[in-house]
Design a protein around this ligand. Structure first.
Ligand code: AMP
Ligand code: MN
Ligand code: MN
Ligand code: MN
Length: 321
């Protein structure tokens, strides 16, 4: 179920001659200093595949990343590392560095918070156990979501969401959103979230998720780096966001996504101050799910120079083999 931990260890070392020639031609990455607007970032540490709610298989995702000139990528499917082995194989062949990872669903003060786990040694020990629990939690949550959606008129909600998923992977809210669209109960995906599944709606079931500190513990104890995903997407005030970061740091969390997709430079600078105050590393990722969306792999807004050290300098990530 969870992928063999040790098998992915070698992914972070160059294993093909192709890798050397590819990266050698790309002098701009990895930049050695702070994140800087003058640099071109050919890396992406937050992306999804068909192992969760992404549209591309791990192999197809790696191919797209290669086509777009990425040198480093992390696969971060929701609550699973099931796609990592396949991605690792494709990445070795394409000559890209593949960081094993996932995006853990957690809770903080009853808000759903996502934590990206960058796992250079794969999912071992506490993380492997944590992912087994997340899988079970997702299954239970899907039943709870289905029960509620049946009340608003989506008969056989679980079966319909399963049909939308098109595989046996644990279901997520996007599968239910597509089922609502297919049945004509909402006009589109966005409306499904706005009315039924989004933050604060009844279909946003969170009871099954662990407290953020617990999930951070799994990650850190298994040799990984915990990253607060898209910190600007939780509707928190600056002060509350700071409190979230404090809790996260107390639990051993090491990084925050300074840039997730597109955001303006002033916002990024202000967020960076909150990272610097807490000695947090800065990560960045597109949160890519499907081709055609604005969040293509590697597409990030320009990153202003800030005092937060970039994630690839974290001693656990060994980006310089
Ligand atoms: P889940 O992991 O089952 O909680 O589903 C969360 C996923 O649903 C996110 O990772 C997004 O891919 C998608 N999602 C969440 N909120 C929205 C929204 N408002 N509009 C579109 N997609 C969303
Ligand atoms: Mn998603
Ligand atoms: Mn997320
Ligand atoms: Mn994501």
């Amino acid at each position: 179920m969870t992928n063999s931990p040790r098998g992915v260890m070698s992914m972070f070392s160059r294993t093909s001659s192709q890798a050397s020639s590819r990266t050698a031609s790309r002098t701009l990455f990895p930049p050695r200093g702070t994140l800087d607007a003058d640099q071109h970032y050919s890396l992406d540490f937050h992306m999804h595949s068909t192992a969760s709610d992404g549209a591309l298989s791990p192999t197809e995702l790696v191919a797209l990343c290669a086509e777009r000139g990425l040198s480093h990528m992390a696969l971060t499917d929701h609550d699973t590392m099931d796609g990592v082995a396949e991605a690792a194989k494709a990445a070795r062949e394409a000559g890209i560095y593949l960081m094993p990872g996932c995006e853990i669903s957690t809770r903080w003060r009853s808000i759903g918070i996502h934590v990206v786990a960058l796992m250079p040694d794969g999912a071992q020990g506490p993380m492997a156990e944590g992912l087994v629990r997340q899988r079970q939690a997702r299954i239970e949550r899907a039943s709870a979501i289905a029960e509620w959606l049946e009340k608003i008129g989506l008969d056989d909600a679980l079966a319909k969401a399963r049909a939308q998923a098109g595989s046996e992977r644990p279901l997520g809210r996007p599968d239910f959103a597509r089922a609502l669209v297919a049945d004509g109960l909402v006009k589109d995906f966005a409306e499904a979230f706005k009315r039924y599944l989004g933050s604060g709606k009844k279909g946003d079931v969170k009871a099954q998720w662990p407290e953020i500190g617990e999930a951070v513990g799994w990650i850190v104890d298994a040799g990984g780096v915990a990253v607060v995903a898209h910190p600007l997407r939780y509707g928190l005030t600056r002060r509350k966001r700071g409190q979230l970061m404090d809790t996260f740091v107390e639990a051993g969390g090491q990084a925050v996504e300074l840039v997730n997709g597109q955001q303006n430079a002033d916002t990024t600078r202000d967020l960076a101050r909150q990272l610097v105050e807490r000695d947090l590393y800065a990560s960045l990722g597109s949160d890519f799910h499907f081709p055609g969306s604005h969040a293509a792999p590697g597409s990030m807004s320009v990153v202003p120079r800030t005092g937060a050290p970039p994630i690839w300098q974290h001693p656990r990530l060994r980006l310089y083999p």
